[in-house]
Design a protein around this ligand. Sequence first.
Ligand code: OSB
Ligand code: MG
Length: 384
Amino acid sequence: MSDAAVTDARNRRHRVTRIELREIRLPLREPFRISSGVVSERRILLVRLEDLAGTVAWSECVAGEEPNYSAETVDTAWLALRQWLVPRLLAEPVSAAGADAVLRRDLRGHRMASAALEMGVWELAARCAGIPLARLLGGTRERVDVGISLGIQAAPDALVERAQRALDTGYRRIKLKIAPGRDVAYVRAVREALGDAAPLMVDANSAYSPADAAHLAGLDGLGLMMIEQPLEAGDLVRHAALQRLLDTPLCLDESITSAARAEDMISLGSGRIINIKPGRVGGFTESLRIHDACAAAGMPVWCGGMLESGIGRGCNVALAALPNFTMPGDISPSARYWERDVVTPEWTMERGMVTVPAGAGAGVETDEGRVDDLTMRREVIGAP
Ligand code: OSB
Ligand code: MG
């Protein structure tokens, strides 16, 4: 398909006539602990969009149960969707390229909520045009390197064992979650066990303060690819000061909620790498802006994850096919987290890579029967 056909598909307007919100519960194979909390069972907000012709697209909101990663939760997103966002999409025909402007107009925050709808419109547009979502976004890669994110463990040897298993499974990068008291010694144990060549990084989820700078410098020398989000989300200036003290590149996640924040990070020197999660920044259009700003500045990006089901994973895989996603993403296969996913086929990994689907949309089908079985709450909102 030609570039002109892709541009047409981005700009074609769709009349969405029915939107259904679903909350499902999906138990994790094992609890996932980060510095700010632990989750054993995901509460996941799914969105089903249907257009006038009966084409259906599913999307996922990445908000968690508790406001410990960002202010948004499943419940705040549900409210924002029902109250303000879904009515906007039902009120006028929308295109993939134009959904961001419609949803974000005079809206502060609620980016995870609006991202779910925005990405749903992109998926709908890709399905209607019969082209891969990755292609619609401008992706060029056929395969994406996969990294794993390992939760905080009770003792270093439990972490070493999981890291060794991840390396043996073929993951191309291993991320270790850290927190004060569970950092340098844990990371050193993994480095010693896996050897100098193992691609390791850490993620603190904002658990440190500027007063910890000397302690964090203890991670320099462990050969880490990056330290992700050591300080609080608003701390761009403090991250810049910390980066000046450390040799290891800083990567920002929670801090980067928009392209404007990415530009601030670049000009302040608050780090050298960005983790883009489309669900965190308001969707694909904002992700593309961040991607392009980083590419222009020579800053690499990679695609993060939020323990998504296979529906959200499809969005991440498609985005990670873009050219400046030069580092492995947190795009683990379905079986890493779930006994059984809600999509067919499930996401799989081969030699540490996931194949970007060549079919229409994200390239997987939502198993609606399974979603029905897992549904705890639903709300249907039709065109007025
Ligand atoms: O900081 O990247 C994070 C999961 C929940 C909340 C925050 C984060 C994470 C992960 C999981 O690291 C990555 C994945 O989905 O594989
Ligand atoms: Mg992170």
